[in-house]
Design a protein around this ligand. Structure first.
Ligand SMILES: CC(C)(COP(=O)(O)OP(=O)(O)OC[C@H]1O[C@@H](n2cnc3c(N)ncnc32)[C@H](O)[C@@H]1OP(=O)(O)O)[C@@H](O)C(=O)NCCC(=O)NCCS
Ligand SMILES: [Zn+2]
Length: 270
């Protein structure tokens, strides 16, 4: 069975498990799509796609895929080149991290160079999350927060968008997943949530940190700056931040950040 089918079955199973509880609804998470090219096997070696053990990209070695993989691999592990741009607003410098800084893009009047860089970053994040692409107008009306190292690499990114309502996530306690702890969510493909909408203003549409830089508090720093800078002159509380269809990593982060597994979730408009 392909991993895609397995993920779907897994989703179906969890959706069926939810059907007995009238107030709980599942949000499908970002199930990574794997595009598989078919080859005729005439006994040759190295047939079919391989999956990189580091960046998890599936690709056909020895084809033009090599270049795509090399570019994604480098960015996924070590970050994306970032020379600095006029429209960026400097939010914070971290002397304890060799002068790394967080910058924000929020004015919607970007130059062609700036737009190209923002889309390059988005492309890596989208590929990593296996999520749908964001429309240009939506991306450009969102607030984009980047963690940039002194070596001029973007190693963390948050795209925050305006939302009107969210829902409270809840544990699927009826299932065998009741014993899950933060960090053991990786096979989870569904977030259960209560149906009563809650007013919310700030949605985390995407959050990503490059592999080499994970578990160093970068996502936490980015979320702190989102809360302080999303609405001018007002600092949102940790519990006011809503997460769009969180992945396993995302659930662990959101649980730690908000201090509860019942953080806010929302379904993004595409
Ligand atoms: C989710 C992600 C952004 C977290 O970034 P990060 O910079 O590593 O997060 P932080 O270092 O700020 O984590 C803070 C705390 O959250 C929890 N946490 C974060 N990621 C976790 C993980 N993968 N497993 C378990 N706990 C995790 C931990 O409690 C961590 O504190 P600790 O390291 O002291 O134990 C990163 O793993 C990532 O980019 N993953 C791939 C993309 C993705 O899934 N994004 C989420 C979309 S909703
Ligand atoms: Zn790779």
């Amino acid at each position: 069975m392909s991993s895609e089918n397995y993920a779907q079955l897994n989703t179906d199973k969890k959706m069926r498990q939810s059907s007995n509880r009238s107030t709980l609804h599942p949000i499908e998470s970002n199930i990574k799509k794997k595009y598989v090219q078919l080859f005729l096997d005439a006994g040759q070696n190295n047939v079919g796609p391989i999956t990189c053990k580091v960046c998890h990209m599936s690709y056909n070695k020895g084809t033009e895929d090599d270049l795509v993989h090399a570019k994604f691999h480098k960015a996924s592990v070590g970050g994306i080149d970032y020379p600095g741009y006029k429209s960026e607003v400097m939010l914070q410098v971290y002397p304890e991290d060799n002068g790394s800084r967080v910058v924000m893009f929020s004015n919607n009047k970007y130059s062609g160079f700036e737009k190209r860089k923002l889309f390059e970053i988005l492309e890596i994040v989208t590929r990593e999350l296996g999520s749908v692409e964001i429309r240009e107008d939506k991306l450009l009306s969102s607030k984009i927060f980047l963690y940039v190292t002194s070596r001029k690499k973007v190693v963390g990114c948050v795209i925050a968008e305006h939302i009107k309502q969210a829902y409270r996530a809840t544990r699927n306690t009826a299932s065998s997943h009741a014993e899950e702890q933060p960090g053991e969510f990786d096979d989870a493909s569904v977030v259960f949530y209560r149906t009563e909408p809650i007013r919310a203003v700030c949605g985390i549409s995407r959050i990503w940190v490059s592999r080499q830089y994970r578990r160093k508090g970068i996502a936490t720093k980015l979320l702190d700056l989102v809360r302080k800078n999303y609405i001018y002159g007002c600092c949102l509380g940790r519990l006011a931040i809503a997460f769009s269809q969180p992945t396993g990593d995302g659930k662990a982060l959101a649980t730690n950040y908000t201090g509860t597994s019942e953080f806010l979730v929302y379904t993004e408009e595409v």
